[in-house]
Design a protein around this ligand. Structure first.
Ligand code: ADP
Length: 472
């Protein structure tokens, strides 16, 4: 079975969030199970591990009425072949997204994914596309490549990692920039806009999302960002498969970014990590619980209620460390919060693998008060590091966190309503549990025992791929 996994980010090369973790670890797990899974992604200006890249060839890619250069590079990591598509005009910039021409950049990328198949010795059975950045792949495949021998049997799967980002633009982008003529524009038009994700819903053979609960939630207008009616129509081809994490990367027993190691039965190393973190942030540790947050600074992640709730534990009940990158609005909010509570709060408004790994290891409690959460990986990582999530029961958080006040197998603390007081109450419950060492120890052990490796989810993907290949 041959799978081409098209994504706008993938570890270990480029990452802004969970999509990169998934694109770096699912194909690796599939390869281990005997699937020939390869990844294709943009060659960004700040791509990591550039020395691994090998030049293959170059060709032209149609973008609307123009032709653009595309260089092809490749690398092999963890047994997985990665292809990189190079165009310096589009991708040699600082950061991955957030540019005025993102629509054009990823229309180019999506078209280039298909053009690349003329130049590599690999014809996939399935192209698994991910999020709006690759949503035009199945659209272009049907419009411009389907009649060619090489392409006529290729199936497509579109995976929604976050329905809030759809690739939505004015319809004027369609003809000149995307190269989709008037006759075909209905495929990508929705509510008077060009909507890349809608195009994938129309044209992909299957739609998946990253947890069973989110697969249900997005049928509801509250979660769907306007696409629920369409998704209900396409429900026959929609399913949810829970993400996993890569325990080669997220493992306190051998994480190279930690000053000390530990596992479920010997946890002294967690204390050493805490000491290192406390020293690093200039804290004179008096033993208060350390509450951490690691995530994108957006409304989705519940940053607003988090700061308000944490306020109620100031000045001296907890330490709080917030690591996140986002827009200027939240950067300023965090800076103000830290300035008002300089003895108890530290913030890192940047993307920092080193600090994130150390925080997961040193922390007692991870906050994930998300407004919505398609799957969430931070809570799965926190489990592995013996850090207990306090999370809102939505999406993948509801599927993975077991409330410790409701079950002896509890791995965290859940709250239902998106409100400051519910978050405060859940954090209070966690802090009370922490005061009972035996009970806390059991919760930590439960969390560290959890297995959210790709073992079972990769098999679910493989089974889905097989179904799609054999269906007609
Ligand atoms: P999302 O995909 O919505 O961003 P997830 O919880 O699925 O959220 O995945 C987030 C991933 O990105 C995790 O691996 C988390 O550790 C990482 N991450 C998020 N923000 C940062 C940051 N500022 N520095 C380092 N890692 C981060």
């Amino acid at each position: 079975m041959k799978i081409l996994y098209a994504a706008s980010e993938a570890t270990p090369f480029a990452k802004s969030g969970g999509l990169a973790d998934v694109a770096g670890s699912l194909p690796k797990a599939l390869v281990k199970d005997g699937v020939d899974a390869r990844v294709i992604m943009p060659l960004y200006g700040d791509l990591k591990m550039r020395d691994k890249l090998e030049y293959v060839t170059n060709y032209s890619v149609p973008v609307g009425w123009r032709s653009q250069y595309c260089g092809l590079f490749k690398a092999e990591v963890n047994g997985v072949t990665y292809y990189f598509l190079d165009n310096e005009y589009y991708f040699k910039r600082r950061g991955l997204y957030g540019f005025y021409d993102d629509g054009e950049r990823f229309a180019f990328f999506s078209r280039a994914v298909l053009e690349t198949l003329f130049y590599i010795d690999f014809t996939p059975d399935i192209i698994n596309c991910n999020d709006w950045q690759t949503a035009l792949v199945p659209v272009y495949l049907n419009l411009y490549y389907r009649h060619l021998d090489k392409f006529n049997r290729i199936k497509t799967i579109f995976t929604i990692h976050n329905i809030a980002y759809q690739g939505k633009y004015g319809t004027d982008i369609l003809e000149d920039t995307c190269g989709i003529g008037r006759r075909d524009q209905h495929i990508v038009e929705y509510d008077g806009c060009a909507n890349f994700m809608k195009g994938a819903f129309e044209t992909a053979d299957k739609i998946t999302t990253v947890s069973p609960t989110y697969a249900q939630e997005i049928l509801d207008p509250w979660f769907s960002y306007g696409l629920d009616a369409l998704l209900r129509e396409k429900q026959y081809k929609l399913c949810g498969i829970l993400n996993g994490i890569d325990y080669d990367v997220w493992n306190p027993h051998r994480d190279p970014l930690l000053p000390a190691h530990y596992d479920i039965s010997r946890r002294e190393g967690k204390k050493t990590c805490r000491r290192a973190l406390m020293e690093g942030f200039g804290w004179d540790d008096d033993g208060r619980p350390l509450i951490i947050f690691v995530g994108r600074l957006t409304e989705q992640k519940g940053v607003d209620i988090m700061l308000e709730a944490l306020e109620r534990f100031m000045p001296d009940k907890i330490y709080a460390l917030i690591i996140g990158s986002g827009n200027e609005f939240y950067n300023r909010k965090l800076a103000d919060f830290e300035a008002s509570h300089s003895a108890s709060v530290r913030t890192v408004t940047a993307f920092s693998e080193e600090r994130a790994h150390l925080a997961y290891a040193a922390g007692d409690i991870l906050l994930m008060p998300s407004l919505f959460e398609p799957c969430g990986l931070s809570q799965l990582i926190a489990f592995a590091y013996g850090t207990i999530p306090v999370a809102r029961a939505t999406g993948g958080l509801a599927d993975t966190v077991i409330d410790a006040d409701s079950s002896p197998d509890g791995t965290g603390f859940l709250f239902a309503d998106y409100s400051i007081s519910e978050l405060e109450a859940a954090l209070n419950r966690a802090l009370m549990a922490k005061e009972e060492p035996e009970r806390w120890n059991r919760i930590v052990r439960n969390a560290m025992k959890e297995d959210f490796s790709w073992n079972s989810s990769a098999k679910e993907y493989a089974a889905l791929y097989r179904d799609v290949i054999t269906a007609d």
